[in-house]
Design a protein around this ligand. Sequence first.
Ligand SMILES: NC(=O)c1ccc[n+]([C@@H]2O[C@H](COP(=O)([O-])OP(=O)(O)OC[C@H]3O[C@@H](n4cnc5c(N)ncnc54)[C@H](OP(=O)(O)O)[C@@H]3O)[C@@H](O)[C@H]2O)c1
Length: 314
Amino acid sequence: MKAISIHQFGGLEELTYSTQPKPQLNSGDVLVKTTAAGVNPIDWKTCSGGGASGFIDEMPFIPGWEFSGVIADAGDTDFEVGQAVFGMIRFPQPAGCYAEYIAAPAAQISRLPDAVDLITAGGFPTTSLTAWQALFDKGALKPGQKVLILGAAGGVGHLAVQLAKWAGAHVTGTASMHNHEFLATLGCEHTIDYHSQNITDHVSNIDLIIDCIGGETAIEALPCLTADGAIVTLPSITKDQVVAAGAAQRRRVETILCEPSAKQLSEIAQLVADEQLQLHTTETFPLDKAAEAFELSQSGHVCGKLILTMDSQN
Ligand SMILES: NC(=O)c1ccc[n+]([C@@H]2O[C@H](COP(=O)([O-])OP(=O)(O)OC[C@H]3O[C@@H](n4cnc5c(N)ncnc54)[C@H](OP(=O)(O)O)[C@@H]3O)[C@@H](O)[C@H]2O)c1
């Protein structure tokens, strides 16, 4: 099968498109012929030696933790050959989704409703599960509450806006001015241009902040919270800094590590099928152009999501 891999941590030049052995199935795994794999910042962070690189024991390493595709071998599971599935798997252990075939734990994948297209489904799992777990598991969001989403136009942010609205919250988002119209179409009631406006001048009494940016941006937003409010901070690299600032200001800070969940993904897929949740795909790239997708993701200004698509000839 064709796959993207690295033989050592480093920059974009380490990404190689080559032939690799198909993965072996263990008990409880299915073999999936992939259709698409989503690109997330954790992918290039890990390839450069950060992110989840501490979990990698062997090279070559095939990046990618989310996929969509069709069951090619159901192994000893209840799935059937030909079923369309998608998922985020094994995170933070290596999962190898930038490949034409993957071995996926059946317990971590979901059947795709007919109404959802397979390529889009490859870009949903990580960002939607992160948004879901941040809003509902960590944030315990309730209808009528006020939510502030820092980085609302990005992969996680634009889904968090929609899920918060679906849950009956009032949503404010931060983004560059050129993305404000996009956020309004998602249901964002207030938008703040973080380049020219101070967050604290524009919002207060926020019940929950979903922080997709971290560092000083998160710390500057802490005074917006109500006394009982909470911030869920996503970027792991600055989480200790935000936790310390939260303790100093007596604000509740929650950290998060997104976990695979077939149950939550099924609920999310139904929202997509019902057109209550939409993934905005900025661009799709063929698998061999993964370096171009990484470069765009590294710019920090992707609106929505980037997706890799597979060559379906093998
Ligand atoms: N802990 C976990 O389990 C977990 C899970 C998923 C993601 N993450 C982390 O969460 C972060 C966000 O992930 P993502 O996939 O949403 O990233 P992304 O799609 O790459 O985010 C890009 C967005 O960030 C916005 N942005 C950049 N700087 C900003 C600022 N100062 N204020 C407001 N918006 C800003 C950009 O908006 P404009 O173009 O409008 O400026 C762009 O739309 C990453 O660090 C990722 O590694 C953590």
